[in-house]
Design a binder for this molecule. Structure first.
Ligand SMILES: *[C@@H]1O[C@H](CO)[C@@H](O)[C@H](O)[C@H]1NC(C)=O
Ligand SMILES: *[C@@H]1O[C@H](CO)[C@@H](O)[C@H](O)[C@H]1NC(C)=O
Ligand SMILES: *[C@@H]1O[C@H](CO)[C@@H](O)[C@H](O)[C@H]1NC(C)=O
Ligand SMILES: *[C@@H]1O[C@H](CO)[C@@H](O)[C@H](O)[C@H]1NC(C)=O
Ligand SMILES: *[C@@H]1O[C@H](CO)[C@@H](O)[C@H](O)[C@H]1NC(C)=O
Ligand SMILES: *[C@@H]1O[C@H](CO)[C@@H](O)[C@H](O)[C@H]1NC(C)=O
Length: 431
C-alpha cells in the first residue's frame, strides 16, 4: 500500500492506515507530553491510571490504539455537566457530585467568562454576539475537562500572577480546591460553613496545583447556569477528547421565580410590589422568566428526542423528584454517569435532606422524611400571589405541561399544600 494521503473524487481524502496511525499517534503524543509535564511536577502520588477512553468502541482508529495499549493515554474518565438555570436547585445538586472523592467539581467557572466579556471595552461588547460568548464558554469547559485550569487565567480578574489567584468564584464550593494537595490546611469538611472559610484557611489558589488535583481525581464535574440550551453543547458531546454526560436539572418555573424574587431582592423589586399589591406594575420585566421557560422546553425536547449526538449522554432530572426521594434519584444519577455512589455522598444527603439516619450502614428508604422535603420543594406556593402564578402559568404553559407540573386555578388551590402540583413522571435516560 502507498504511504501518505491522496485526494479522491468528490474531494475525499484517502490515507493509508500507517499515515492515519502516525497522525493519531502524533496528536496523542502532544497531549500526552503536556499532561506528563504537569504530572511530573507533582510531588505526591497521582491516582489517575493510564487508560484509553471507553467511548470510542465503535471507532476503529481508537479501538486499535486502545486495544494495543502501547500508547498510554490519560484523560479524566468522566466528564459531567450539571446543566441548569439560576435558582433551580443546582447548588444542592452540585454538592451531590462534589462530595464524591473521585470527582473534581467546579462551581460555575463560566462566571469569569461572562464577567470578562461584560467588563470589556464597549467596542468589543458591541461586536460580541451570542455565538462568540458561547464559543468562549465551550473553550473553557473543554480546557477544564482536560484539567488545564491555567486556561481560566484568560478570564479571571484581576489577572492571576504566577498562576496564583484569590479571585476564583465560589472556590469554597469545590472540595478539591480546598483540600490536599491544593490546600494542605484543608479539613475534610463535609459541610463548609460559609463561602470564605476556604480562602481564609488555604490562602490564594495555585492553579498549577489545582490542575494536578484535577488529574489525580480522574473525573471532572462542572455546574453551570450560563448555557441557554442543550443544543449549545453539541460540539462538546462530539469532541473525541471528552466523554460528556449532561445532567439537565429542571424545576417548576413558578418555584424558580419565587426563589429569584427572594434571592435577588433589588432586581426583582417590582415583582415584590406585584406580590404584595396583587397588581402588576407596568414596568415589570417578564422577559427573563419567559426565556427561562423557552430554553427549558427547547432543551428537554431536544434531550428526549434522542438525537445521535446526545444518545446516552442526557439525563433529565426534576429538582422536585430529587427533593422528594434524594437517595433514589442520586443513585440514578450516579448510574447514569457510570460512577459508584460513595459513602460520603450518602452522608451528605442524610445531613442535608432531613433524613434521620445516622450512619450509612443503616441507610434505608423508609427513614427519609419525604413530607418535609416535599413541603420545601413546594414552599413557593406560599410565597407568590395567585395573580403572579396565573401570569407565569400563561407564559410557561408548555413548560409546565411538558415537565408534569399542574396548574392551579384559584388562590385556594394554590395554597392547599395537601395536593402536590408535581405529577409523577419518569423521564427515561436516553440509551
Ligand atoms: C466589572 O466592572 C464593575 C464596575 O465597573 C466592577 O465593580 C467589577 O468588579 C468588575 N468585575 C471584574 C470581574 O473585573
Ligand atoms: C504552585 O504549585 C507548583 C506545583 O507545586 C509549584 O511548583 C509553584 O511554585 C507554586 N507556585 C507558587 C507561587 O507557590
Ligand atoms: C431527627 O432526629 C432528632 C433526634 O435524634 C430529632 O430531634 C429531629 O426532630 C429529627 N428530625 C426529623 C426531620 O425527623
Ligand atoms: C409575597 O407576599 C406574601 C404575603 O402576602 C409573603 O408571605 C411572601 O413572602 C411574599 N413573597 C415574596 C417572594 O416576597
Ligand atoms: C399554551 O398556550 C398557548 C397560547 O395560549 C397555546 O397555543 C398552547 O396550545 C398552550 N399549550 C398547552 C400545552 O396547553
Ligand atoms: C385541599 O385539597 C384536598 C385534596 O385535594 C381536599 O380534600 C381539601 O378539602 C382541600 N382543602 C381545602 C381547605 O380546600
Amino acid at each position: 500500500m502507498r504511504e501518505g494521503c491522496r485526494a479522491r473524487g468528490g474531494g475525499r481524502m484517502e490515507c493509508s492506515w500507517k499515515t492515519i496511525l502516525l497522525l493519531v499517534c502524533a496528536s496523542l503524543g502532544v497531549q500526552y507530553t503536556a499532561i506528563r509535564t504537569l504530572r511530573d511536577s507533582l510531588s505526591g502520588p497521582c491516582r489517575g491510571a493510564y487508560r484509553c477512553q471507553s467511548r470510542h468502541h465503535g471507532d476503529s482508529r481508537w479501538t486499535a490504539l486502545c486495544d494495543d495499549s502501547w500508547m498510554p493515554v490519560e484523560f479524566p474518565q468522566k466528564h459531567i455537566l450539571l446543566f441548569a438555570t439560576t435558582r433551580s436547585g443546582s447548588s444542592f445538586t452540585g454538592q451531590l457530585l462534589n462530595q464524591h472523592p473521585g470527582i473534581f467539581y467546579v462551581f460555575e467557572p463560566l462566571y469569569h467568562v461572562q464577567q470578562a466579556f461584560t467588563n470589556s471595552s464597549s467596542r468589543l461588547r458591541r461586536t460580541l454576539d451570542r455565538r462568540a460568548l458561547l464559543g468562549a464558554y465551550r473553550d473553557l469547559l473543554l480546557n477544564l475537562y482536560t484539567c488545564d485550569l491555567h486556561f481560566m487565567e484568560n478570564y479571571i480578574r484581576p489577572e492571576p500572577q504566577d498562576h496564583i489567584t484569590s479571585s476564583l468564584f465560589r472556590r469554597s464550593s469545590s472540595h478539591a480546591l480546598c483540600s490536599p494537595p491544593v490546600c494542605l490546611e484543608g479539613v475534610d469538611a463535609v459541610d463548609p460553613p460559609d463561602e470564605t472559610w476556604c480562602p481564609k484557611k488555604c490562602g490564594a489558589l495555585n492553579l498549577t496545583l489545582a490542575s494536578m488535583s484535577c488529574l489525580s481525581r480522574g473525573h471532572v464535574a462542572i455546574k453551570t447556569v450560563r448555557i441557554p440550551e442543550v443544543g449549545d453543547l453539541r460540539t462538546l458531546t462530539e469532541d473525541p477528547r471528552l466523554d460528556l454526560k449532561i445532567i439537565h436539572l429542571v424545576r417548576d418555573p413558578r418555584a424558580i421565580l419565587a426563589s429569584r424574587i427572594m434571592a435577588f431582592s433589588e432586581q426583582f423589586h417590582s415583582w415584590k410590589i406585584w406580590n404584595v399589591t396583587g397588581r402588576q406594575p407596568r414596568y415589570v420585566d417578564l422577559s427573563q422568566i419567559t426565556s427561562t421557560c423557552k430554553d427549558m422546553v427547547a432543551s428537554v425536547e431536544t434531550g428526549l428526542q434522542r438525537p445521535a449526538w446526545l444518545r446516552g449522554r442526557y439525563l433529565l432530572v426534576r429538582y422536585e423528584d430529587l427533593a422528594l426521594s434524594p437517595e433514589a434519584r442520586v443513585t440514578e444519577i450516579y448510574r447514569f454517569v457510570g460512577l459508584e455512589m460513595e459513602d460520603r455522598v450518602r452522608m451528605w444527603i442524610v445531613k442535608n435532606t432531613n433524613s434521620n439516619v445516622s450512619t450509612p450502614s443503616e441507610w434505608n428508604y423508609k427513614y427519609s422524611t419525604t413530607r418535609d422535603s416535599r413541603v420545601t420543594a413546594e414552599s413557593w406556593r406560599l410565597r407568590l400571589s395567585f395573580d403572579i402564578v396565573r401570569t407565569i402559568q400563561n407564559l410557561c404553559n408548555d413548560t409546565l405541561a411538558l415537565l408534569g407540573y399542574s396548574q392551579v386555578h384559584s388562590a385556594a388551590e394554590l395554597r392547599n399544600l395537601s395536593r402536590s402540583l408535581v405529577e409523577p413522571r419518569t423521564f427515561q435516560p436516553v440509551t
